[in-house]
Write a protein that binds this ligand. Structure first.
Ligand code: CA
Length: 475
C-alpha cells in the first residue's frame, strides 16, 4: 500500500530531528513510532480516504405462507438466518391454506412478535388475504369482508373437517396446536393489514430482480399478483416453492396430489405453467417427506438444558414471553402437538416426530449442498375436486415427462434427493443459535400490544379438528 504524503513528511521530520539530536537506536525507534501514531490520529487533509467496503448483497426475502406448524419452523429458521445477517426479511404475506386466512395471519404475526426480541427494531410486516369475492374491491369493501370473515372463522365457520378445505386436523384449529391463545399479537390487525398479493406486486415492481419469494402455502397470492399484473412474477430474483409430488410419489391430500397444489390448483397451474417462469425451485413431497424433525432433535439438541415440559414456562398470565425460555417453550409445545398428529396420520413411520416440509425452502436457498436437483417442465392438473373419491381425483397433481426425448422447455429445478440428517441438524443448530441470542428476561418497559379478539382470542384448539376420512396429511 502506498504511504500517504502526510505520513512521509512526519516520518522525515521525526528522523531528521532524532538524528540531529544524536539519539541512539532505541530513541530513534521511539521517535518514529510517535510520529506514526500522531499521523494515524491526525491524517493530513490531502490524504486519500480508502473507500468503505460495500456490504455484501443478501437475499431480500418475502415469505408467502399459511402457518401451519411447519411454516412456523420455516419462518423461525428464516429469522435465525436473518439474525446471522445472511438475509433480509421484507415481509410475510399470508394465505389461506392449513387454516383460514385470518388465522394464518394471526399465527405469522404472533410468531414474529414472540421472536421480536432477537431483533429489536427490525419489525417484519405481515400481510393478510381478503376472501376471494372481495379481494379486488376497494379498501372499505375489503375491510368489511375481512371483518365478517374473521368473525365467522372465530365462530368456527368454513372448515369442513374433510382435510380438503383446510388442514386443521394436522396443525390445530389455529394452525399451531391451539397455542396462539398464549401468544401476544402485534399492532396490526387482520382487517387492517396490507393485502398479500398487492405487497408482492409492490415489492417486485419497486425492486425488480432483487426479491426472493419463499412460498410455503397454496399459491393463491402469487397467482393473484400475476393475474393483477401479468409478468410481475418474472421480476422475482428467485421463487422457491414447497409443493407438488412427482409421479410415483404418493400425495398427502389425495393419492396423486400434494396439499398446497390441490388446495388452489388453478393458482398452482398459473404460477408453474402460465407465468412464464423458467427457474422455479420446487421442493416436492419426494424430498420433504424425508424431513422428520424428531422428539430427540427438539428435546436433546434444540432445547438442551432448558428443562421444558408442556407449558411449564408460561408466564403467570399464561403467555409465552419473548425470551429464550419463552420461545423455547413455544417450540417445544408446538413440536409436541405436531408429534401427536403426525403419528395419528401415520406420517413418520411410527417415529415421534413431524414433517417440516416447508423448511425445505430455506434449505434450498441457503444450504443447497444438502440437495440434489433435476431440471424439468412441471405441469399441474386442474380438475373438479372429487373429494374422497380420490381414485380418480387428479386435481392438483403435478407431473413431469421422464421419457428420454429431447426437452425443449423447462420451468423448474426440482429437489429430488436430500441429505435429511444434515439438513435437520443444520436447522436445529440455527434455531438453537437464535434462541441463544434472545434475552433471558423481559426488560421493564411498556410494550404496545393489542389483541384481535374477533379472530385470535376466541379460537381455541386443544385437540385436532375432526379427522378427515381420507387420511390427508398436508404441509
Ligand atoms: Ca405451509
Amino acid at each position: 500500500m502506498a504511504m500517504a504524503p502526510g505520513t512521509a513528511t512526519s516520518l522525515r521530520h521525526a528522523l531528521e530531528a532524532a538524528l540531529s539530536a544524536g539519539h541512539d537506536e532505541e530513541s530513534l525507534r521511539a521517535a518514529v513510532a510517535t510520529a506514526l501514531a500522531l499521523d494515524q490520529k491526525e491524517p493530513s487533509s490531502d490524504a486519500v480516504p480508502e473507500p468503505e467496503p460495500e456490504a455484501a448483497a443478501v437475499p431480500q426475502i418475502i415469505m408467502d405462507c399459511d402457518p401451519g406448524g411447519d411454516d412456523v419452523f420455516a419462518l423461525v429458521w428464516l429469522l435465525a438466518l436473518r439474525k446471522q445477517g445472511v438475509c433480509d426479511v421484507r415481509a410475510v404475506t399470508t394465505t389461506e391454506g392449513n387454516v383460514k386466512a385470518p388465522l394464518t395471519f394471526a399465527a405469522a404475526d404472533k410468531v414474529l412478535q414472540l421472536f421480536s426480541s432477537a431483533m429489536p427494531g427490525a419489525d417484519v410486516d405481515v400481510c393478510s388475504q381478503t376472501p376471494a369475492g372481495s379481494r379486488h374491491g376497494d379498501r372499505g369493501a375489503r375491510t368489511v369482508a375481512r371483518q365478517a370473515y374473521a368473525e365467522a372463522v372465530a365462530e368456527g365457520a368454513g372448515g369442513s373437517g374433510d382435510g380438503f378445505s383446510d388442514a386443521a386436523h394436522i396443525h390445530g384449529c389455529d394452525g399451531m396446536g391451539g397455542l396462539s391463545q398464549h401468544l401476544a399479537s402485534g399492532a396490526t390487525r387482520y382487517t387492517e393489514a396490507e393485502e398479500s398479493y398487492e405487497r408482492l406486486i409492490r415489492e417486485l415492481d419497486q425492486h425488480p430482480g432483487e426479491i426472493t419469494i419463499l412460498a410455503t402455502g397454496p399459491l393463491t397470492n402469487l397467482a393473484d399478483a400475476e393475474r393483477a399484473r401479468p409478468g410481475v412474477l418474472r421480476k422475482a430474483r428467485r421463487i422457491v416453492i414447497m409443493g407438488g409430488a412427482l409421479p410415483g410419489t404418493r400425495g398427502n391430500i389425495t393419492p396423486l396430489a400434494e396439499f398446497n397444489f390441490a388446495f388452489d390448483a388453478p393458482a398452482a397451474a398459473l404460477v408453474m405453467e402460465d407465468a412464464g417462469l423458467e427457474d422455479i425451485v420446487l421442493m416436492p413431497l419426494d424430498v420433504t417427506t424425508k424431513l422428520v424433525c424428531t422428539d430427540s432433535m427438539v428435546a436433546n439438541s434444540l432445547l438442551e438444558g432448558r428443562n421444558v415440559a408442556d407449558g411449564s414456562k408460561l408466564s403467570v398470565e399464561g403467555m409465552y414471553e419473548p425470551t429464550a425460555d419463552g420461545a423455547g417453550q413455544f417450540l417445544h409445545d408446538l413440536s409436541s402437538f405436531m408429534f401427536k398428529t403426525a403419528l395419528q396420520f401415520k406420517e413418520t413411520d411410527g417415529r415421534r416426530g413431524f414433517l417440516v416440509h416447508d423448511a425445505s425452502t430455506i434449505l434450498a436457498l441457503f444450504y443447497p449442498e444438502c440437495l440434489q436437483f433435476t431440471r424439468a417442465l412441471v405441469s399441474v392438473a386442474v380438475s373438479e375436486t372429487k373429494g374422497r373419491r380420490h381414485g380418480i381425483d387428479t386435481n392438483g397433481m403435478s407431473f413431469i415427462d421422464r421419457r428420454h426425448c429431447p426437452k425443449l422447455e423447462a420451468n423448474c429445478w426440482i429437489g429430488v434427493e436430500i441429505d435429511a440428517a444434515g439438513a435437520l441438524s443444520i436447522m436445529i443448530e440455527d434455531l438453537k443459535q437464535l434462541l441463544s441470542t434472545m434475552p433471558h428476561a423481559i426488560p421493564p418497559q411498556p410494550v404496545p400490544i393489542t389483541t384481535d379478539p374477533g379472530v385470535t382470542d376466541t379460537v381455541v384448539a386443544t385437540t385436532p379438528a375432526k379427522a378427515p376420512l381420507n387420511g390427508a396429511a398436508p404441509a
